[in-house]
Design a protein around this ligand. Structure first.
Ligand SMILES: NC(=O)c1ccc[n+]([C@@H]2O[C@H](COP(=O)([O-])OP(=O)(O)OC[C@H]3O[C@@H](n4cnc5c(N)ncnc54)[C@H](OP(=O)(O)O)[C@@H]3O)[C@@H](O)[C@H]2O)c1
Length: 333
C-alpha cells in the first residue's frame, strides 16, 4: 500500500436548519492500523442516504452522528489488511466505513459480499435500498395481484425498486415524485402505471386520477402532507408500510398531522406498520437471490446515480435531499 494519507470528511457542526456545505470539512488524517479482530479497508463506494441527514437529529435505530467526527455512512470497501481470521486482503465488504478513504473496523461489524459486477449493485439493488424495497413491500405491504400500490419518493433508491416489484407482482403501481421529468421517467423507463408530481400542487386530486380504484398498499417514504393525501384514499383493509419520513429530515419542523390519524385507520381497518430493514437480514440471501433473478431476466432495472470523488460527498447528500437523484446515489471514492 503506497498511500499515506487518509482523506476524511468531518461533520463540523450539526445543522439546526437546512444542511449546507458549511457543515462539513475535508481533512487529511492518517491511515489507521487495524487492531486484533479488525480489518483495514479501502473504501470504494459510499452510499448516500436520506437517513444520513436523519442521524444528525439524534439516536434512531443507530447512534447519532456527532460534530467533529468523520461523517458516518455505509460503504462498500476492499480489505487491504486483516487481523481477523474471517477476512483476507481482496475481500469485498459492506460496513459503516464513514466518509473517508480508509477505515479500520471490527470484522464482526462487516458483511462479506460476493464479488460481482458491477460492484455498485451491492450498494443499490442488493444492498440496503433493494432489500428495504423488497422486505418493506412484500412483508409489510403484502400486495396481491390486481391491487394498487402507491409509493412516495418513487424516483429514489428505495421507491424506484418498490414500484417495479409491485409491477412484477401484478399490481397497479403509482409513484409520487417531484417534477414532471421524474414522473415521466417513472412511467416511460421503469414501467410504473402512473406517476403523481407532488410539486405540482393538487396531490389529492392527481392521486385520485392515478389510483382510481383506491390504494391498497401505500409504501411511505416521506410522511407529512403526502401521507395525509393518501390516507383518505386507502381502501378498507389497506396496508401502509412506514419506511421513512424524508419530508421531515432536513430542517423542517415536524408536521402536526397527518389529519385523519387515527380516525381513518380505524374506520378503514388499516394496518400501518413501521419497519427497519435490519430486522429482515436473516432472510437476506433469499431476497438477493430473487432480486438477482429479476435483474438478470430484465424485469427489474437498477437505476444508479454514481458521482466521482470523495470531496463531492457533502454536495451529493445536499443535492439528494433536494431531489437531484434518480435511483441509488453513491460516491465512487
Ligand atoms: N426503514 C428502513 O429500514 C429504511 C432503509 C432505507 C431507507 N429508508 C428510508 O426510505 C426513504 C427513502 O430513502 P431512499 O434512500 O430511497 O431515498 P433517496 O434515494 O435518498 O431519495 C430521496 C428522495 O426523496 C425525495 N424527497 C426529498 N424531500 C422530500 C419531501 N419533502 N417530500 C417528498 N419527497 C422528498 C427526493 O425526490 P423528489 O424529487 O421526488 O422530491 C429525493 O430524491 C427515506 O425516508 C429513508 O430514510 C428506510
Amino acid at each position: 500500500m503506497n498511500a499515506t494519507v487518509n482523506r476524511q470528511i468531518l461533520l463540523v457542526e450539526k445543522p439546526s436548519g437546512k444542511l449546507g456545505p458549511e457543515h462539513f470539512k475535508l481533512t487529511d488524517g492518517s491511515i489507521p492500523e487495524p487492531k486484533d479482530g479488525e480489518a483495514l479497508l479501502r473504501v470504494r463506494f459510499i452510499s448516500l442516504d436520506a437517513a444520513n441527514r436523519a442521524w444528525m437529529h439524534g439516536a434512531t435505530y443507530r447512534s447519532a452522528v456527532e460534530a467533529n467526527t468523520v461523517m458516518a455512512g455505509g460503504g462498500i470497501a476492499e480489505v487491504v489488511a486483516s487481523k481477523s481470521p474471517g477476512l483476507a486482503p481482496g475481500d469485498i465488504v459492506f460496513g459503516d466505513t464513514g466518509w473517508q478513504d480508509y477505515a479500520a473496523i471490527p470484522a464482526k461489524h462487516l458483511t462479506k459480499l460476493p464479488k460481482l459486477e458491477p460492484m455498485t449493485h451491492l450498494l443499490s439493488v442488493y444492498g440496503i435500498a433493494g432489500l428495504t424495497a423488497y422486505f418493506g413491500l412484500l412483508e409489510i405491504g403484502k400486495p396481491k395481484a390486481g391491487e394498487t400500490v402507491v409509493v412516495s419518493a418513487a424516483a429514489g433508491s428505495v421507491g424506484s425498486i418498490v414500484g417495479q416489484i409491485a409491477k412484477i407482482k401484478g399490481c397497479h403501481a403509482v409513484g409520487i415524485a417531484g417534477g414532471k421529468d421524474k414522473c415521466h421517467w417513472l412511467t416511460s423507463e421503469l414501467g410504473f402505471d402512473a406517476a403523481v408530481d407532488y410539486k405540482d400542487g393538487a396531490v389529492f386530486k392527481a392521486l385520485r386520477a392515478a389510483a382510481p380504484k383506491g390504494i391498497d398498499v401505500y409504501f411511505d417514504n416521506v410522511g407529512g402532507d403526502i401521507l395525509e393525501a393518501c390516507l383518505p384514499q386507502m381502501n378498507n383493509y389497506g396496508r401502509i408500510a412506514c419506511c421513512g419520513a424524508i419530508s421531515q429530515y432536513d430542517g423542517v419542523p415536524a408536521a402536526h398531522g397527518p389529519r385523519g390519524v387515527p380516525g381513518l385507520i380505524v374506520v378503514k381497518r388499516l394496518i400501518m406498520q413501521g419497519f427497519i430493514v435490519m430486522d429482515f437480514m436473516a432472510e437476506r440471501a433469499r431476497a438477493v437471490n430473487e432480486l438477482q433473478g429479476w435483474v438478470t431476466s430484465g424485469k427489474l432495472k437498477v437505476p444508479e446515480d454514481v458521482i466521482d470523488g470523495l470531496e463531492n460527498t457533502p454536495a451529493a447528500l445536499i443535492g439528494l435531499l433536494a431531489g437531484e437523484n434518480r435511483g441509488k446515489r453513491m460516491i465512487r471514492v
